[in-house]
Design a protein. Structure first.
Length: 69
């Protein structure tokens, strides 16, 4: 099975990965620090710090899939 690795699909996949990491950061921030910081501030900080690892993971995952596929 071959994976489609056109530049358009890679860009769309990367953008979806970034959006998912922001969403995950927001949810994680509210769950972890919502009581202490307040939900709004926790969501803002989670949305800011969530993509730090998510963007690197999405880039590395797409790079590996491109090399393997």
């Amino acid at each position: 099975m071959t994976l489609p690795s056109s530049p358009e699909i890679l860009v769309v996949s990367f953008i979806l990965g970034v959006v998912a990491s922001i969403g995950g950061g927001v949810i994680g921030g509210v769950v972890v620090g919502g009581k202490v910081l307040g939900n709004e501030l926790a969501a803002l900080l989670g949305g800011f710090y969530g993509p730090l690892a998510g963007v690197a993971g999405a880039f590395l995952g797409l790079a590996i899939l491109t090399i393997v596929g």
